[in-house]
Design a protein around this ligand. Structure first.
Ligand code: HEC
Ligand code: HEC
Ligand code: HEC
Length: 379
């Protein structure tokens, strides 16, 4: 009878021979890696099964919390982001999967049917991390999780959205209503109108800033910062990357001369985008920071640079009337050093000293300063 030791030795030799055989097959290039023949059914099944199980378990283990998905503007921002980041592979209610990505192995599935198979947290996980070995890319930055949720909200509604509704969510046709008198702007502004409207006024909810009246120098440098990845945003980075220097300059000039937001005196709480607090104490603390700063914490009054009413001063961005959500998030990004480029250093010093409560208070005060036009309010 052979001993256990002998058996193990034989097994070891067998494994070794198999490994050498596999190495020879791979080294001689005998394994076809061509995408044109697709996967064998067994490979396809195995990969789908393994990735499906991984997505389900990993998204559960990470304890991803799903925020409310029906906030104002969420569907519109989700649709417009989907059109910009995803439709060129997955198709949309307006187009079948385009021919080039359709020839991938595996091909990007039509999400009208596929998205409903997944839970919200799983869709978030897929959109954020992508899927290895399939060509499904990760979100362009790993630092802006909150921008992914509108896309999840849109994917969950996708199978109920008709062609017409999708076109209307993208605000198609609006840009051409009024001739813009500049052929470069005419050509490239259609990439902006779904979210910023041709007037620069956000129509896709409080995550999208108003551009009307922002200084043209600021617009140019911040668009370059998106393009260079210094200002991380999975929504704006790909859009800015498609702009030439000429596009960028003329779009900045176009938005800078659009009528700015009207300012209101502090105290009159305006019709902003839904999240302005009525809390007088918070507002008063916010206005104090804007006009007087915080001497104890050595925080300069914001108005030194952003103007007494938050209007655009030279190349500093105007803040009045931007949503509280947007301002608070930008202050957080400066405070943690994620937003770079341009003159972000100046804001790092300010934002680092603001407490999270102060960030919220000053954001609310600036949001309360601007009166936004209700006729353009988002859904
Ligand atoms: C470069 C092409 C490409 C882009 C861009 C792309 N995807 Fe994908 N996507 C794929 C491929 C390929 C798969 C994998 C298909 C498979 O595993 O069978 C996939 C899979 C998925 C799945 C899983 C579908 C299923 O049921 O198997 C979801 C959900 C998804 N993508 C969402 C998105 C979203 C949201 C975006 C935009 C933020 C996006 N994708 C952008 C190529 C792409
Ligand atoms: C899918 C929606 C969407 C589209 C389309 C879009 N944007 Fe944006 N834009 C956003 C969001 C969201 C932000 C906020 C980014 C952040 O939080 O960092 C933003 C921010 C900006 C900013 C920064 C403003 C500030 O106050 O700092 C500029 C400038 C800008 N966009 C210009 C453009 C231009 C020009 C186009 C067209 C070429 C365009 N955007 C298209 C959603 C969009
Ligand atoms: C010393 C001048 C200075 C002071 C003081 C200052 N800021 Fe700024 N702020 C800037 C500059 C410059 C930028 C543009 C930075 C960049 O390019 O990213 C900016 C940008 C911002 C932005 C981003 C706006 C957008 O549209 O993206 C916010 C929000 C902001 N500041 C809030 C504040 C608040 C709140 C205070 C007061 C607590 C304040 N700032 C004080 C100079 C200043």
């Amino acid at each position: 009878m052979r001993s256990t030791k002998q058996r193990l030795l034989e097994l070891g030799v067998l494994v070794g021979l198999l490994a050498v055989g596999a190495a020879i097959v791979v080294t001689l290039g005998l394994v076809p890696i061509k995408a044109s023949s697709g996967h064998w059914p067994i490979t396809h099944w195995l990969l789908s099964f393994a990735s499906g199980r991984s997505i389900a378990s990993q998204s559960a283990l990470m304890g991803i919390e799903v925020p409310p998905l029906n906030e104002p503007g969420m569907l519109r921002l989700g649709a417009a982001t989907y059109e910009s980041n995803c439709a060129w592979c997955h198709g949309s209610p307006l187009q079948a999967t385009p021919a080039v990505p359709a020839a991938m192995t595996p091909a990007p599935p039509n999400l009208v049917e596929h998205a409903e198979r997944w839970k919200a947290r799983e869709l978030f996980y897929i959109a954020k991390h992508g899927i290895k070995f399939t060509g499904m890319p990760a979100w362009p930055t790993q630092q802006r999780d909150e921008e992914i949720w509108p896309v999840v909200a849109f994917l969950l509604a996708l199978n109920r959205i008709s062609e017409d509704e999708y076109a209307s969510l993208l605000n198609r046709g609006e840009a051409l209503d009024e001739p813009l008198g500049n052929s470069i702007v005419m050509g490239s502004i259609q990439n902006c109108t779904a979210c910023h409207h041709a007037s620069g006024h956000s129509i896709a909810g409080p995550r999208v800033p108003h551009l009307n009246g922002l200084a043209s120098d600021y617009l140019v440098h911040t668009l370059r910062d998106f393009r260079d990845g210094l200002r991380p945003s999975g929504i704006m980075q790909p859009i800015a990357a498609r702009l030439t220097d000429k596009d960028l300059q003329s779009l900045a000039e176009h938005f800078a001369v659009q009528e700015a937001i009207e300012y209101q005196t502090p105290g009159e709480v305006p019709l902003a985008q839904g999240e302005v607090s009525q809390d007088e104490a918070d507002l008063a603390a916010g206005f104090q920071l804007i006009h007087g700063g915080d001497k104890g914490s050595k925080i300069a009054a914001c108005q030194h640079c952003h103007g007494p009413a938050g209007e655009s001063m030279s190349h500093y961005p105007s803040l009045a009337g931007q949503s509280a959500l947007f301002i608070e998030e930008q202050l957080r990004l400066y405070a943690v050093g994620v937003r770079l480029g341009g003159e972000a250093d100046i804001m790092h010093e300010v934002a680092e000293k603001l407490s999270p409560t102060q960030r919220r208070q000053v954001a609310r005060a600036y949001a309360a300063m601007g009166q936004t036009a209700t006729k353009l309010a988002s859904e």
